[in-house]
Design a protein around this ligand. Structure first.
Ligand SMILES: *Cc1c(COP(=O)(O)O)cnc(C)c1O
Ligand SMILES: [Zn+2]
Length: 421
């Protein structure tokens, strides 16, 4: 017997443990439920902190089959204080949860894949697969290698080159689709019905999604077992944001942190903002959009967890914002130039939306606020192409350097340029 099982989020029907994401009775999504009384005795601060610094230290609140042996130390990324960025935003007590350096593939998707593959093995799959906007592709491809699975990856064909290469290098079979993510995902649902493959974000989705809770567990532990007042979370399918809330609630229920209301803020790109649009309009349901944004990793026009993300934001007292492509690029540069963190487009979305939310007074400046930086800038360098002038090379002569220095003083620094915007 495992101390967890799938249940329908709406009708509550129990589905045991199997590769399934939807309740056949009411067509609602399934969710992993735990035997919290069993967890309570084992899951203590002392027990957790005595374990290695990776996401497996929260094993009791993850769906891990009996006897599971992790193959990779994913997660436990740094929580960085961000005083210089805070200063620029007129804020204080600002933190970055830096999953730009999550292992093994430099995005928070390494967390969800680590947990999904644990379950894929116990269900007897020899092939794992996913529909992806890029980062999930990288994470599945890399972790399949370490866990001895074959991997099939389905993506829109127009992904960033680094994300395509960062999938192929692991030997995964990449299927580029002439279509957007929502079309890719629909195809994957059909394939999952025909082939006995473990699609991490389709038939294994409830298990996959639990991996996102570890972002919330780590934020609380790294703040000294305290919850922040606000978190700003980028949204694609809307799963991460709901799972950060679930993580905080579980920690409160198990007595690991003091109860505290955390306002949860969602961030999207204006060119694909179905969740932010619904929040702003006061709607409970999503109106699907056709994505058109440089933030490819967030370009999901019909988010699977959209209604739950809306509810999470609204009931927490948070809000949602969106930023245009220009603001995304400026925000990538702002974060890099203030805090030395190079994030991908999704991080630009988070920082840009945080800037707006502070400006609107929706995030009070003196409260503790965490920005979730979910991916690495080296994967989306194409959005910065043309941003910086390549200087003419000089000969290796001191006089030429001195002339170069003279010219350099006359041009403004990158940070000044961005802050003028
Ligand atoms: C997938 C992804 C997200 C959002 O994840 P959801 O759980 O689908 O909302 C955020 N940031 C990055 C970099 C991602 O790849
Ligand atoms: Zn149901």
């Amino acid at each position: 017997m495992t101390p967890y099982e799938l249940r329908c989020r709406e009708c509550g029907k129990s589905w045991g443990n199997q590769a399934r994401s939807i309740c056949d009775d009411c067509f609602s999504p399934l969710e992993v439920f735990y035997d919290y009384d069993a967890v309570r005795r084992q899951f203590t601060r002392e027990r957790i902190t005595s374990r290695a610094p990776n996401l497996w230290r929260y094993a009791e609140l993850l769906p891990l089959p009996p006897g599971f042996q992790p193959s990779l130390p994913a997660g436990f990324t740094p929580l960085l204080s961000a005083p210089r960025l805070a200063n620029r935003l007129g804020a204080k007590r600002l933190w970055l949860k830096n999953d730009a350096v999550c292992l093994p593939t430099l995005s928070f998707k390494d967390r969800v894949v680590a947990v999904a593959l644990a379950q894929a093995r116990s269900f007897g799959f020899d092939t794992v697969a996913c529909s992806s906007t890029g980062n999930l592709a990288n994470a599945v491809a890399a972790q399949a290698v370490r866990n001895g699975f074959k991997a099939w990856i389905f993506t829109p064909s127009d992904l960033e080159p680094a994300k395509i290469l960062g999938t192929q290098v692991f030997g995964a079979k990449l299927v580029p689709i002439a279509g957007n993510y929502d079309q890719v995902n629909r195809l994957c649902s059909q394939i999952a019905d025909e082939y006995r493959w473990g699609f991490v974000n389709v038939n294994l989705r409830p298990y996959y999604a639990e991996g996102s809770k570890t972002v919330g567990f780590e934020i609380a532990e790294q703040l000294g077992w305290r919850l922040p007042d606000n978190v700003v979370v980028p949204m694609a399918g809307g799963s991460l944001i709901t799972k950060i809330k679930k993580a905080f609630e579980e920690l409160i229920d198990l007595g690991l942190v003091e109860p505290r209301p955390v306002k949860i803020f969602g961030a999207q790109a204006t060119g694909c903002s179905p969740i932010a649009t619904a929040v702003k309009a006061g709607h409970e349901d999503i109106e699907p959009q056709k994505p058109a944004t440089v933030a490819r990793s967030l370009a999901i026009g019909n988010p699977a967890d959209g209604p739950y993300a809306i509810k999470t934001i609204r009931t927490s007292g948070g809000w949602a914002e969106d930023v245009c492509d220009g603001e995304i690029v400026d925000s990538i540069r702002l974060l890099a130039a203030t805090e030395g963190v190079f994030c991908e487009t999704a991080g630009g979305v988070t920082v840009g939306c945080a800037r707006k939310l502070y400006g609107q007074g929706r995030i009070p400046v003196d409260e503790t606020t965490v920005l979730c930086i979910t991916g690495n800038g080296l994967k989306t360098t194409d959005v910065l192409s043309g941003t910086f002038e390549a200087a003419e090379p000089i000969r290796p002569k001191l006089a030429e350097f001195e002339a170069f220095l003279e010219r350099a003083h006359e041009t403004s620094t990158p940070l000044e340029e961005i802050m003028e915007v």
